[in-house]
Design a protein around this ligand. Structure first.
Ligand SMILES: [Zn+2]
Length: 54
């Protein structure tokens, strides 16, 4: 039985856009190793720094 892949094509929850919650890889552009730009709302964030931001 194949396992359902709900997360296929999506980033982990901790890497989602902090503003709109976008997780689709196609809509999240990696600017470099630590910066991601959400093309849905234009937010740039560090997906590895979620706890420090909140
Ligand atoms: Zn966003």
């Amino acid at each position: 039985m194949p396992i359902a892949r709900d997360d296929e094509g999506r980033v982990p929850l901790g890497c989602a856009c902090p503003l709109c919650g976008e997780r689709d890889r196609d809509r999240l552009v990696w600017l470099d190793d630590e910066r991601v730009r959400c093309t849905m709302c234009g937010t740039e964030y560090d997906p590895n720094d979620e706890r420090a931001a909140s």
